[in-house]
Design a binder for this molecule. Structure first.
Ligand SMILES: [Zn+2]
Length: 276
């Protein structure tokens, strides 16, 4: 059982959470080559920053005075910490990992394990290199299902278990951190992750409030899109300005649509993001 984090406070379900910001990035790409890293298509490209823009983000964050530790080391970092996370396991994780290490920052890289070693995604050696640099490698499910929260119990359990098995086989160490593909969080998704052995589960809820489900810490994240300015990333990390409230409001306005009309929501979303 993992030690409870001071930042996640008293540890029990329903306990008062403390502030714990995390940023959710995806891939970093050359302009015009979005499909070179991570999942292809316009919807995925919406989350991919150019190398140049990401460099500006990192410089701003590095100058913020915040610490960017691994989630399990928050004990040492105190309340001025921010967690940096990168979803999908695209090939650009290697570049990102090197950039972070040069700034003394730790990243959390969430890997779609079925894609390991395939075109546009990290390979086994990349994952070992990320660990050598002090980064956290975790699961982003095995296949990145369209809506993990709608899978039957067996299929849901298999997503978390198969992914964890694969990573542990590669890294020869326990893997205890995961993020939910597509942000389709439900309590049942967290319970399945906890049952599979994860102790930290990142959602896409834009909140600093963490809670605990069956011994697994559930943490929100603020999304960074391809056009998010570095100033906004800094504001999300530090909590200054209104960026966090704006993201929370936008997320919660869309939530009823997402929950009650998923197929329609997904069609609309693809439309908004420029896919036909
Ligand atoms: Zn994803």
């Amino acid at each position: 059982m993992a030690e409870p984090l001071p930042a996640l406070a008293a540890g029990g379900e329903g306990s008062r959470p403390m502030s714990l910001p995390a940023l959710m990035y995806h891939d970093v790409i050359e302009p015009g080559f979005a499909d070179d890293s991570g999942f292809p298509g316009a919807a995925a490209a919406h989350y991919k920053l150019t190398l140049a823009d990401f460099g500006v983000h990192l410089a701003r964050l590095a100058a913020s005075g915040l610490h960017f530790p691994p989630v399990a080391s928050l004990r040492d970092a105190g309340r001025s910490a921010c967690l940096l996370t990168f979803d999908d396991g695209g090939a650009s994780a290697s570049h990102i990992g090197a950039q972070l290490a040069a700034q003394g920052m730790a990243g959390h890289f969430f890997i779609t394990t079925q894609r390991i070693g395939t075109a546009g995604f990290v390979g086994v050696d990349d994952l070992l290199a990320l660990r050598r640099l002090g980064h956290v490698v975790g699961s982003h499910s095995h296949t990145h299902p369209a809506d993990i929260s709608h899978l039957a119990d067996d299929a849901l359990a298999a997503q978390w278990r198969d992914s964890r098995d694969r990573l542990q086989q590669i890294l020869s160490e326990p893997v205890t951190v995961a993020s939910i593909p597509g942000g389709f969080y439900t309590r049942r998704v967290a319970q399945a992750a906890a049952a599979a052995g994860y102790r930290y589960l990142f959602t896409s809820e834009p909140t600093t409030h963490a809670h605990v489900v069956d011994g697994c810490h559930v943490l929100g994240r603020y999304a960074l899109w391809h056009d998010t300015p570095a100033d906004a990333a800094l504001a999300l990390a530090t909590g200054t300005g209104r960026q966090r409230q704006q993201q929370w409001l936008a997320w919660n306005l869309k939530k009823p649509l997402k929950r009650w009309s998923r197929p329609v929501y997904q069609r609309l979303r693809r439309h908004w993001l420029g896919e036909s």
